[in-house]
Design a protein around this ligand. Structure first.
Ligand code: FES
Length: 143
């Protein structure tokens, strides 16, 4: 494991829950790793397989989708669709020889600011253990 490796991680957050939880974490002055880049979506149901694959192909070290708790999606089943797409992407990564753990799905509520910070730390630690994305290294070599 390379301790100096700072993974680049994309966090795709539903505005009703995870994004609000990130805001709350900020208000609570909870610290979480600075290497997490957050993108807000209206619902995780908007996140498609191709979006996740594009992120991985672009050399991101890890990406996670954070949606409302199951049963609490404002668009009924967007988070369930996201979960199944994340699982599909995990399968694809495995098929092409990449670690499926680079892509994850989490569920949380807007009140879970500390959980948001925990997830960010968990994901950072996990990706740090895996090391840089092989695709990132390949992209750097060909640049
Ligand atoms: Fe939050 Fe659908 S509205 S995951």
């Amino acid at each position: 494991m390379n301790k100096s490796f700072e993974p680049e991680i994309l966090s795709i957050c539903c505005k009703y829950c995870a994004y609000a939880a990130a805001d709350l974490a900020g208000s609570m002055r909870l610290s979480y790793p600075a290497n997490i880049r957050i993108i807000q979506v209206p619902c995780t149901g908007r996140v498609d397989v191709i979006h996740l694959l594009n992120a991985v192909q672009g050399g991101i070290d890890g990406v996670y989708v954070a949606g409302c708790l199951e049963g609490e999606c404002h668009f009924v089943s967007g988070n369930l669709k996201a979960k199944s797409r994340v699982n599909r992407v995990k399968q694809i990564l495995e098929e092409v020889g990449l670690e499926p753990e680079r892509v994850e799905m989490y569920n949380l509520s807007s009140a879970m600011g500390s959980r948001f910070a925990e997830i960010a730390a968990e994901m950072t630690e996990k990706i740090r253990q895996l090391g840089p994305s092989p695709l990132k290294l390949k992209l750097r070599k060909s640049a």
